[in-house]
Design a protein around this ligand. Structure first.
Ligand code: HSE
Length: 405
């Protein structure tokens, strides 16, 4: 029998407990022996809950029990999730987690310990919740050279942007409503500022490009400055604004960034709305592939964690190899990254366009019916550095969103 301990009985931890209990018969068949939750660690009491018989409050009970083979870390955050995970691995217990913050920060070290001990550190649920994406990158696309990963990797911001688009509302109003309905966290900073998708694209890129991508090196911009008027312009152009987390191989090097992007209706990610996530992968042999589904939520995330438990149970004394290496990948500086730019500027086209074109070269202009005193334009493809230099020469720029048309 394989014995499991779950750290944290919150949304995901209680989901993993439920999945492992509900599907225990089919899981036992797949593993070849029973998988049993021996302990659940949480500081709280849960009177009347099925977890009661296995609930413990002291981590030492788990780490010192030689019967525990697998530790499921669903605490979130870095402390004490990091020391607990490290100690479990050092004690010869495999670990799986949904904790993207921990994987992005300490994944390299934790995987190294797992390899030294011939055990596993797995994290399928850390990116895209219930969408299988780590395993496909790690084991299915191994004959391909992946040259792009672009994802909608955050459900909260995708919900907010979708709602702003369907209702014509402003960011602050939709965020407030989303918080009232429990779709957005009380402290939504990690989501709306893009830190959460930044960690996820760092993890996916580390696997895809087989070198460690430090999330701290990734240029990250959230959605807090996106307005209802920006979205009106996008609609006028048949486009949508999405928070994209991208990493791409170019001739100059690999870059990674998180930012709102205007995408055309022909882009595969255009129709990904509400809380859904999707990850678009391009491989040199594969061409395009897209992974779509529930990027968050109790049971989808728990299902991915439980999938890791099964994989680990089948590989108890053998490390399933991951492409992610210790060597750090030096990303291309953001100044050298190219894209088109959607820019709003004060004034009327006839007066301002000459100055705009003197700075940016030929641009397409867009005016919105009913919106006076401003218009927008879309540049040709240029580097971020060239955009900055040109923007300094034009007075009255209101805002800029990168565009992929
Ligand atoms: N806050 C995250 C999201 C949860 O909204 O996608 C899943 O990682």
């Amino acid at each position: 029998m394989v014995k499991v301990a779950i750290l944290g009985y919150g949304t995901v931890g209680s989901g993993v407990f439920e999945v492992l209990n509900t599907n225990s018969a089919s899981i036992a068949k797949r593993v070849g022996e029973e998988v049993q939750v021996k302990y659940v660690l949480d500081l709280r009491e849960f009177p009347g809950d099925p977890v009661e018989p296995v609930l413990v409050h002291d981590y030492e009970v788990i780490v010192n029990d030689p019967e525990v083979d697998i530790v499921v870390e669903t605490m979130g955050g870095v402390n004490p999730a990091y020391p607990f995970s490290k100690r479990a691995l050092e004690a010869g217990k495999s670990v799986c987690t949904s904790n993207k913050e921990l994987v992005a920060r300490h994944g390299t070290e934790l995987m190294k310990i797992a390899k030294e001990k011939s055990i596993n550190y797995m994290f399928e649920a850390s990116c895209g919740g219930g969408i299988p994406i780590i395993r496909p990158i790690n084991s299915s696309l191994t004959a391909d050279e992946i040259d792009e990963i672009t994802g909608i990797l955050n459900g909260t911001t995708n919900y907010i942007l979708s709602k702003m688009s369907s209702d014509g509302s402003d960011f602050a109003d939709v965020l407030k409503e989303a918080q009232e309905k429990g779709y957005a966290e009380k402290n939504p900073e990690a989501d709306v500022e893009g830190y959460d998708p930044c960690r996820k694209i760092a993890i996916l890129s580390s696997l895809a490009y087989e070198q460690f991508v430090d999330y701290q090196d990734i240029y990250t911009e959230g959605i807090t400055k996106i307005t209802a008027t920006d979205i009106k312009y996008a609609k006028e152009m048949g486009a949508a604004v999405k928070l994209l987390a991208t990493s791409r191989k170019t001739e100059q090097g690999i870059y990674a960034m998180v930012s709102p992007v205007m995408i055309a209706s022909t882009h595969p990610l255009y129709s990904v709305n509400d809380v859904f996530n999707a990850i678009f992968v391009h491989g040199n042999m594969l061409g395009d592939a897209m992974f779509y589904g529930s990027g968050a939520g109790k049971l989808p995330t728990a299902s991915a964690v439980a999938g890791d438990v099964v994989d680990i149970a089948k590989n108890l004394h053998h490390t399933v190899m991951m492409g992610w290496k210790e060597e750090k990948l030096e990303l291309l500086p953001i100044s050298q990254v190219t894209s088109r730019f959607f820019v709003r500027v004060q004034g009327v086209v006839a007066d301002v366009l000459p100055a705009v074109e003197a700075a940016f070269g030929k641009v397409e202009t867009i005016s919105l019916p009913g919106v006076e005193g401003e218009f927008a334009f879309v540049t040709e493809t240029m580097t971020e550095e060239a955009y900055k230099a040109a923007a300094e020469k034009v007075d009255g720029i209101i805002s800029m969103i990168r565009a992929r048309f």
